[in-house]
Design a protein around this ligand. Structure first.
Ligand code: NAD
Ligand code: UD1
Length: 338
């Protein structure tokens, strides 16, 4: 069987997908420039699965790096995860985001064309919807109201892939729009390792729980939600990984797009309470004004993926928090920096 190439496979989501693929007896090749990834994550994936993967320290903006991999390995499918993902950084350094997320994607597709590889899964984001007037959000909801360069680069990449698939009918491309991936593999050996001070809710709360940060700022306590705080659709990282395996199984010529979410929203206060209960630690928090660009609530209608991919998220919020806590409490400093 041909191998799967994961771009950005040393990162948070990519390492969990690599693990799920190896568990399924697929051969995995990873390319990553390690700006935000870790070789230790990949070593632990090999320990957990008892299987080896192929790693290349390379950049998706380099045709030579990618062509070299396609020459050396018989790749059947690509899962394209490599890219930059910080909303705040994208506002101060938009050029880096366009280069990595847009130009990098064009470059990858060029290399795939030369290697005659035609099957691709693309990591997109619910951010392409922008703040929506109503929930749940399904795939027919309008996109385009992105509020930052990160979101815009994801949307441009989606448009490019859609138009490319229309022009080249042998291409089979699926874009997966993730809602809020959290949690860790249940071994507690791999998980999310943000650099610097996190901007997303869960990594921030866990740093408060382990005592690295003093308190959480809750952005907005006056939203029109049951307790006034923002509501999001958090999904366990291993459910997200399972969604990629189903998307690979169901890849068909053309371009398709699916939400990967649970369909259920939790507020910031519900998350704080769940982390306190599971970790046994008190989470100090202070109210702050709403964060610019935030919606009151955002949760998925995941029924298209359920119907067409036979996939649905199975793990509950307690499991997401318990698995993440196992990782953060065992490795409060994250991976050893290489
Ligand atoms: P991550 O930063 O942990 O992983 C991305 C990986 O890509 C890193 O290992 C990084 O070193 C690598 N990388 C970045 N630029 C590269 C380049 N030019 N060449 C080669 N490698 C490069 O992020 P993640 O959370 O695992 O996200 C993976 C993908 O999913 C990203 O495309 C992200 O935009 C998307 N996504 C993430 C979330 C989320 O909440 N984590 C939500 C929606 C979509
Ligand atoms: C954010 C990004 C989105 C990106 C997603 C995943 C913005 C505006 N949106 O979405 O583009 O795709 O992360 O990376 O940045 N919160 C706090 N205090 C904190 C952090 C968050 O109260 O310190 C609240 C937020 O206001 C929100 C909820 O927690 O209500 C979740 O926030 P976050 O984890 O940043 O995810 P999103 O807002 O969904």
């Amino acid at each position: 069987m041909k191998k799967v190439l994961i771009t950005g496979g040393a990162g948070y989501i990519g390492s969990h997908i690599a693990l799920a693929l190896l568990d399924r007896d697929r051969e995995v090749v990873v390319v990553d420039n390690l700006v935000n990834g870790s070789l230790q994550a990949l070593a632990r994936v090999e320990t957990i699965t008892g299987k080896k993967l192929f790693f290349y320290h390379g950049d998706i903006r380099s045709a030579a790096d990618l062509d070299n991999i396609f020459r050396r390995h018989h790749i059947g499918e690509v899962i394209h995860m490599a890219g930059l993902k910080s909303v705040s950084e994208s506002i101060s350094r938009p050029d880096d985001y366009y280069q990595n997320n847009v130009v990098g994607t064009l470059n990858l597709l060029d290399s795939m064309r030369r290697a005659r590889v035609r099957r691709l899964i693309f990591s997109s984001s619910a951010t392409v919807y922008g703040p929506q007037p109503c929930c749940p959000v399904d795939e027919s909801c309008p996109t385009g109201a992105t509020t930052n360069p990160y979101g815009t680069t994801k949307l441009i990449a989606e448009h490019y892939l859609r138009e490319l698939a229309a022009a080249e009918p042998q291409l089979a491309i699926t874009a997966l729009r993730y809602f809020n991936p959290i949690g860790a593999h249940e071994s507690g050996l791999i998980g999310e390792d943000p650099c610097g001070i996190p901007t997303n809710l869960l990594p921030y709360i866990f740093q408060v729980a382990i005592g690295k940060l003093e308190h959480l700022c809750v952005y907005g306590t006056d939203y029109p939600t049951p307790d006034g705080t923002g509501v999001r659709d958090y999904i366990h990282i291993m459910d997200l990984a399972a969604g990629h395996l189903k998307a690979l199984d169901n890849l068909q010529p053309g371009f398709r797009v699916y939400n990967l979410g649970t369909g259920k929203g939790y507020s910031v206060m519900e998350i704080i309470n769940a982390v306190e209960k599971i970790s046994g630690r008190q989470i100090k928090w202070q109210p702050r004004k709403r964060r610019k660009g935030d919606a009151a609530e955002c949760y998925a209608d995941p029924s298209l993926a359920q119907r067409e991919l036979s996939w649905q998220a199975e793990r509950c919020l307690e499991k997401m928090i318990a698995d993440a806590w196992r990782w953060h409490s065992a490795y409060p400093q994250g991976y050893v920096k290489e």
